[in-house]
Write a protein of this length. Sequence first.
Length: 291
Amino acid sequence: MGITVQALTYYPVKGCAGTDVESARVGAMGLEHDRTFMVVDTVEGAFRSQRVLPAMAAVRPEVVDGGRALRLSADGTESLVVAVDPEGEPRPVSLFDKPVGHAADQGEEAAEWFSDVLGEKLRLVRVPDGFDRDGWGETPGKVGFADAHAVLVVSQASLDGLNARIEAAGGKPVPMDRFRANIVLDGCAQPHDEDLMRRLEFKGVAGPVELAHSVRAMRCAVPLVDQRTGLRAGPEPVRTLATYRREPAYDNKVSFGAKAAVVREGTLAVGDAVFAEWYENGAPDPRRPAS
């Protein structure tokens, strides 16, 4: 049958709930609407994520009116529809203590809503027109407000392999949403085959899209968060990943999934066929990084 696209998800607000779609336009910075918005503090413009505020997972953003508005919802509070302002007041922002330029502030109502829901003074900002930020890795590409890469790819085989290990140790399996992937692949022969794919070509009715490998996805505390409730639910899956997915080249962090750059823009759809250019024979296996 071969490899196909099983699921597509974009995350309108970095750190908040995702939106599953049957098809998605893919631009230089990833799936359309993915991490277009970001929540930052009011002092330094430092980003907020589930690493610090796990309750962000239970905030449900919805892109409406063709991207001209954003509906924000969370249990226990009234929803808010924000008129998107791509030319909002410029606000300096940073990710991981590194300045990434200026973002467009989305106004007082959005700021108050997030501050009330998450319990600290916050602002909502948007990727401004003309934003230009480089990724890094084997193929750097461009990136918006994602951590450092345009697209995160995970295979169902990787999750199945992980959950088999968790259950063998007496734990409960975890859902795919713990890993906040943009593209989930079906049909991979082995867990973590996505680590070995240097190029991915997606062929569907809308024409080809191509991605190129950037780096394996290093994992922090976010997979410990229940994405439905916004509560920490660890120690799985990180405890089990630590038994077989530690990466010496990355300070012994654990990896799961692969991050990629967009090298040919287009439209993806669930069910699209995927053709992979594999790591060449005789080259180092990226699942065994050099120490």
